[in-house]
Structures are given as structure tokens and as C-alpha cells.
Design a protein around this ligand. Structure first.
Ligand SMILES: Nc1ncnc2c1ncn2[C@@H]1O[C@H](COP(=O)(O)OP(=O)(O)O)[C@@H](O)[C@H]1O
Ligand SMILES: [Mg+2]
Length: 330
């Protein structure tokens, strides 16, 4: 299948008073046309850094040392501000974790949705108003004709996120990058918004990178999954394969302590130890100190590369779990 967004070997650092934070250490993934890629990992793994890098929205303390991110053949890392402005908000949209941060606090929400539409289309003011009302209605906002006159602080978090979604999705983007879009919302609204996002992607043929720390969300939403650990993608495959036949010990540990994927059990289960200090990453596999399956090679060799161990199943590990097909499990 064709990739609509492709990241290759991204290496990203933050320059801080304490040294260089090695936030992303050579991440590659591709987002296929008409599909949802779950980017999953513990807090601090580098997920948001990747999202912001692709959108060229990293703070000035960040440095993209190497790598590329290509949208429709255009390398976003090399693209000029004009191209980026044209693409961002229309072809590629960003949905942040905190919807209030994405909204202007001193502007009525209706005007914000309208402005976004006017900035990227040739529509008249009246057409933009109609489109923004329609988009707000589709997002399940009650009384959109009334909501448009409100300011963000007059709306609940769930309503703000619906406004952000209306703004992002009104122009039918090809790529949605959603960074934990529902983790600040309560569970019922979370489920509703995720269901809507998935249906939207399937109906419109849009693709989405969905960032989450929640394996339940991945199971429910994703077609493909990339698992991050300490700035690396350590496992990448389709969602069925990932849950059926996880091969990286990190994922094995997480899933092993997840007997059922029901609502109470679906958080990342705590595993022993802590993720490494991103200021001082070891040369070896960063999961080594926590790994139940470590072998001698893991201690003596540099960190393993991500390699295709089974068809369309990439794993970065010297001693992975056997694949389910090899182990005779079906
Ligand atoms: N602005 C920043 N300055 C310095 N370090 C940062 C900054 N943003 C993120 N980091 C660090 O980069 C690493 C990756 O962070 P992040 O991409 O936010 O992870 P995630 O989204 O997976 O939780 C972490 O170690 C985090 O502390
Ligand atoms: Mg994050």
C-alpha cells in the first residue's frame, strides 16, 4: 500500500542546561493511505517529539539532527514556511492533548473555526460560516448555532476538543496527527470521540497517526502499530499480529500482565524498573536493565537495529519471543 506520510531515521535532541536529551534516536515509520497507525509507548518515550517534528512545530531548543519526513513526496524537514503553512491545517492537521491550548482564549469559537476555513480555501464568509456550523454539528456539539458565540473558557474540555476536531476536520485532511487526543477527557467522552475519529478516517479515506500510552486504545483504533521505548521504535507490525504474537520483551512484559483487554485492565501495566535517563542513554539496548529475556549479546553489543523478523513484523531485539506461528500457536 502507498505511504502518505513517511518518516526515516529521525534523530531529535533537546538542548538543555543539563545536556542533550536524546528524545528520538533513529525512528522510521510509514503511514499508509487510508489507515490508522498507533504510536504507543510510556510517557517520555518520544511520541510527541516525533509528532511535533513532522509538523515542524518543535520548540527552538530542539534539533533535528538527521532524518526525513515525507508527505506526498515533499520532505517536510526541508520545506519552506510557505509550503508548511499551506499544508498544515489543511492536508496535515494536528490534534493536541490539551484542546484549550489549541484555541485562542479571547476569540469566539465559531470565528476560530471559520478563520481556519477561510485561511485555506476560496470560500466566501457565508460559505465558511455554513461549513463551520456543519462541521461543529458533525462533531456532535449540541446547539452549534449557540456554541459558536462562546469563548473556550465557557465550554467543557470535551466540548473544546470537539471544536478543535471541527476545525481540524472541516477541510477533510489527508493526514491527522492526534497526540493523546482524549487522555484529558472523561471515559465516556473519550470513547465517543475515538469512535468518531475512526469512523471519520474510514469514511473520508483519511489516515491518522494516533499517539497514545493506552494499549486498549491501540487495540480499538489502529491498523498498524509502532511501539516506542526510550526514543526508539522497538516493534512495528499490524495490530492483530502485535497482540497475537508480540516479539519484543517490552511488549511481552506489558501484555503478559494484561490478562484481558477490558476497561479496567487496559492501561499500560507497570513493569519493574524505570525507563533510562534520556540525557545519558547507554550504548546497549535501552530496555536491558528491565528486560526479563536479556542474554549476553544484549550486554556486549550496541543496541539492536529494527529488523524484519517475520513478514511485515519489525523488531529491535537480540532475543525476541518466538513468533506465534513458530511456536505452533494459532
Ligand atoms: N521542550 C523540551 N525540552 C527538553 N526536553 C524535552 C522537551 N520536550 C520533551 N523533552 C524530553 O524528550 C523526551 C521525549 O519526550 P516526549 O516526546 O514528550 O515523550 P512522550 O510524548 O512519549 O511522552 C523526554 O525525555 C522528555 O523529557
Ligand atoms: Mg506526549
Amino acid at each position: 500500500m502507498a505511504a502518505v506520510l513517511e518518516a526515516r531515521d529521525l534523530v531529535i535532541r533537546f538542548i538543555t542546561g543539563e545536556g542533550e536529551v536524546k528524545a528520538v534516536n533513529g525512528a522510521s515509520f510509514s503511514l499508509e493511505e487510508d489507515s490508522i497507525l498507533g504510536l504507543v509507548g510510556e510517557s517520555g518515550a518520544g511520541k510527541s517529539t516525533i509528532a511535533l517534528a513532522v509538523l515542524k512545530l518543535l520548540p527552538s531548543t530542539a534539533r533535528v539532527e538527521s532524518g526525513s519526513a515525507t508527505f506526498d513526496g515533499l520532505d517536510l524537514m526541508q520545506a519552506g514556511e510557505d509550503d508548511l503553512r499551506r499544508i498544515r491545517g489543511k492536508d496535515i492537521v494536528f490534534i493536541p492533548q490539551d484542546p484549550r491550548a489549541a484555541l485562542n482564549p479571547v476569540m469566539r469559537v465559531g470565528n476560530q473555526v471559520e478563520e481556519q476555513i477561510l485561511a485555506h480555501t476560496e470560500l466566501s464568509k457565508r460559505e465558511a460560516t455554513n461549513l463551520s456550523l456543519q462541521s461543529l454539528r458533525e462533531m456532535g456539539l449540541p446547539e452549534p448555532r449557540e456554541v459558536v458565540y462562546r469563548y473556550p473558557h465557557e465550554l467543557s474540555g470535551g466540548m473544546c476538543q470537539r471544536v478543535v476536531l471541527a476545525m481540524a476536520l472541516a477541510l477533510k485532511p489527508r493526514v491527522i496527527i492526534a497526540d493523546e487526543p482524549t487522555s484529558s477527557l472523561d471515559v465516556t467522552i473519550q470513547a465517543e470521540i475515538l469512535r468518531y475519529l475512526k469512523a471519520y478516517c474510514k469514511d473520508q479515506g483519511s489516515s491518522m497517526v494516533l499517539i497514545t500510552h493506552d494499549l486498549g486504545v491501540v487495540a480499538q483504533m489502529a491498523d498498524q502499530v509502532a511501539v516506542m521505548y526510550a526514543g526508539d521504535i522497538v516493534e512495528r507490525t499490524d495490530v492483530v499480529n502485535l497482540f497475537h504474537s508480540p516479539r519484543h520483551p517490552y511488549l511481552g512484559a506489558l501484555l503478559g500482565s494484561l490478562p484481558r483487554m477490558d476497561r479496567e485492565q487496559r492501561r499500560f501495566a507497570p513493569i519493574g524498573g524505570n525507563p533510562p535517563d534520556m540525557l545519558n542513554l547507554p550504548a546497549q539496548c535501552p530496555f536491558l536493565p528491565r528486560c526479563p529475556k536479556a542474554i549476553n549479546e544484549c550486554r556486549t553489543e550496541p543496541k539492536p537495529d529494527l529488523v524484519e523478523m517475520d513478514p511485515a513484523h519489525w523488531v529491535a531485539c537480540y532475543n525476541p519471543h518466538e513468533s506465534a506461528s513458530v511456536a505452533g500457536v494459532t
